[in-house]
Design a protein. Sequence first.
Lengths: 185, 185
Amino acid sequence: NVAHGLAWSFYLGYLRLVLPRLENSIVAFRASHQAGCFQGRSSRKLLILIPLNANIAHKLEDEDDNIRFYDNLPNSEIDRAGVRGRVYKHSVYNIFDENGKGHQCVAEYATPLLTLYNMSQESSAGFGEPERRQQVLLFYRTLRDILEQSLECRNRYRLILLNDDHEEDPHFLSKAILRHLQQQE
Amino acid sequence: NVAHGLAWSFYLGYLRLVLPRLENSIVAFRASHQAGCFQGRSSRKLLILIPLNANIAHKLEDEDDNIRFYDNLPNSEIDRAGVRGRVYKHSVYNIFDENGKGHQCVAEYATPLLTLYNMSQESSAGFGEPERRQQVLLFYRTLRDILEQSLECRNRYRLILLNDDHEEDPHFLSKAILRHLQQQE
Ligand SMILES: Nc1nc(=O)c2ncn([C@@H]3O[C@@H]4COP(=O)(O)O[C@H]5[C@@H](O)[C@H](n6cnc7c(N)ncnc76)O[C@@H]5COP(=O)(O)O[C@@H]3[C@@H]4O)c2[nH]1
């Protein structure tokens, strides 16, 4: 089951490395950026976006004009499998609510979903569009269970499962993120 | 089958992005580094190291003192799944032969093997050490078949399968790489 392996890979090869460093990254970021960022309803967790249709954009701001790229967190450089100083980074976004107030968060799509999407388009990869939604759900559940057992990653992330039947709403994504930011007060 | 998905992920999420840019990267590198690098028996292909025991080092020079880190190729920055300007880079190594002559190459381990190794150590991941070797072979064969069909990646890589029964030889890795460099003359 492809999704099972991708969830483990995402944890073992990425989240387990970057989540323990996230808090320090945000502290360094606040020190070098405008006063007031990452306050109030902002989140210091990595928001991991999981759209059920695996339809991943490369730029969040292209999906919703209430989302604006703010800046990147400082890079982490880690020697990995022969690549010296491989760079790991996250992007900070300003999410605007209906009152025009901005809330900072560190957000990104779950990259392995790109693999699921692309595999479903390649006939030789062995699975097609009908199986893809099932695989996304399996990815989500496997990842959720792994992260719940992980001491290093505890409280440093939120998985945001995005149902795609609201896609005609041009502010669907910002509202989904704001709902999650609100929930953690 | 975990290895099948990891091979597709490695191709779709990495090799398909970076291999078409490799030649230009090496040209830029030669322009800013010592005359004579990447000449002769050196290779302009990405050497992808696949040890059968999935035992991956993070620094090649730790494995064999005839291997020395030279420098990194220039970074590529690509917007990916909400991470703006995600960095992709490769490391250049000097591989010394028995005559003390150095040959430059761009080499790295196939990072997904780290996932296979780590999964075999986690009891909840669902497979153990006995299955791991089989999974490495499946990864190698799947990747080889995908790359052979890929127009974008043609002639820009070499897969180097490393048998682990020569590991008492302290120069096993440099000799294995040199054999492959020699073969392409
Ligand atoms: N958002 C995000 N930012 C990152 O820096 C990052 N690095 C990894 N990942 C995701 O975590 C998982 C484990 O990564 P691993 O390195 O074992 O496999 C990687 C690795 O073998 C190779 N690869 C990708 N980017 C690089 C890179 N920059 N250098 C070397 N290898 C790379 O191709 C595989 C698939 O990559 P992605 O499909 O981008 O998603 C990966 C994967 O799902 C990332 N996800």
